[in-house]
Design a protein around this ligand. Structure first.
Ligand code: THU
Length: 130
C-alpha cells in the first residue's frame, strides 16, 4: 500500500512541472522495490505533440538510473477528481513495472488506489524469450 510519504514526493515533483500551455501540472513519484524514489513531472513543448507525461519522466529516469524493479507510483494532479494516467503511460508502466500499486492523488488530500491491472486490463505484451 502506498504511504503518504510517496504522495508528498509526488506533490514535490509536481512543483517542477513545465506546463505553460495546458497549465495542468502533474507530478509523479515512482518507488523501486528497494525503496528508492524517482520524481517525474510533465514537460510540455510548443509542438504540443512532444509533451511528455509525468509518469513517463519518472519511469524513464528510473530506468536510465539502472532500476528495473518497481512497486508503486503516485500521480498528483490539481483536479478535484484526481486525473488518471493516459493510455501510453499505462502501456509503458505495465511493460516495465508490471502490476504495481497506482495511487492517484489530488492537492486537497483526495486519493484513489488502484492496481495497474485494473486501470489497464488485457495489456499488449510479448517476450522475446517465448
Ligand atoms: N499529463 C500527464 O503528465 N500525465 C497523464 O497521465 C495525463 C496528462 C500531462 C500532459 C500535459 O502536459 C497535461 O497533462 C495536459 O494534458
Amino acid at each position: 500500500m502506498t504511504d503518504n510519504l510517496l504522495i508528498q514526493e509526488a506533490i514535490k515533483a509536481r512543483e517542477n512541472a513545465v506546463a505553460p500551455f495546458s497549465k495542468f501540472k502533474v507530478g509523479a513519484a515512482l518507488r523501486t522495490k528497494a525503496g528508492r524514489v524517482f520524481h517525474g513531472c510533465n514537460v510540455e513543448n510548443c509542438t504540443y505533440g512532444l509533451t511528455v507525461c509525468a509518469e513517463r519522466v519518472a519511469l524513464l529516469s528510473a530506468l536510465a538510473a539502472g532500476e528495473r524493479q518497481f512497486d508503486a507510483i503516485v500521480v498528483v494532479t490539481q483536479s478535484d477528481e484526481p486525473g488518471t494516467p493516459c493510455g501510453p503511460c499505462r502501456q509503458l508502466m505495465w511493460e516495465y513495472c508490471g502490476d504495481i500499486d497506482v495511487t492517484l492523488a489530488g492537492l486537497k488530500g483526495q486519493r484513489v488506489d488502484y492496481k495497474l491491472s485494473t486501470l489497464f486490463p488485457h495489456p499488449f505484451y510479448f517476450s522475446l524469450e517465448d
